[in-house]
Design a protein around this ligand. Sequence first.
Ligand SMILES: [Zn+2]
Length: 297
Amino acid sequence: MKNIFLSIAISTVFLTVSCSSESDDFIETDPQLPKLYDFNYNLHSSLNQYYKDSIKSIIGRLEKIMPMKPYIEISTNKQVYGASVYSWKKGVTKPYESLIGDTDQCICGYINNNLVMSLQMTEDNLNGDGKFKYALLAHEFFHLYQHYNSKGLDLSHFWLIEGQAATIESLFVKENYFDSNYLKNFLNKDIILFDNAIKKVSDYEGYGEKENGDITVFMILSLSKILQTEGYSEEEAFKMIFVDFWKSSPQNSNWKTKFKEIFSLDVEEFYQKLNNYKDNPESVIPSSNLMIKKIFN
Ligand SMILES: [Zn+2]
């Protein structure tokens, strides 16, 4: 009996490997893991019903565009089954603090086998006209997707991680709420000192308080333009940035090598090329017909 089971297991491995060049496919189909990525919701009574419904429906929509499966983290061997979402309106106390700690807006830690998505919303976020309350959901969802593709997000790199999440949130707002100013605000020369920022651009590799931190969106969009000049379509270029780079499982020790492998470009060379776009930052805005779902299908 044991041998039959073993031979089935081996043929499953063989089939999986022979169907795909992705070495991580076997991990994704590991029989110990649940089949579906789990989202569960802890939405506090301080939120209005409209926003509670928005959280679930927006995350549901994003899941269809960027599907994920349970996985095993490469460096910790931890099984990740999904995400537990905690959201509340900012007040005197944090209602979930005893469970998830003193968090604001982040993917921060785990509850059992789920990553924690913490969504603290201010009164202004919730009741103002701004699109931030929706954009934040796309932003934090994309961080989960970075974790999923890299099997644990073993990189603490500000411009690649946050620049991408902010780019996705902007594209999401443009596409779903017809607001292209949201993205343009990330490229505003009156707010960002492009010359100063590009001179010290490697500072944006690390987290921490940053002047001109919004330049990270410009960096991601410029990378897409550079890839397009090499012959990739716009969708292909963004897919390389948003998916392929993370699938290479970059770590702090090797991310520059992975960057070169995926984009055929040295990081230092990329930093220099930013100068080609800085005088007209809006020139890196994606074409108006770019759809998020076309990037990920
Ligand atoms: Zn973020």
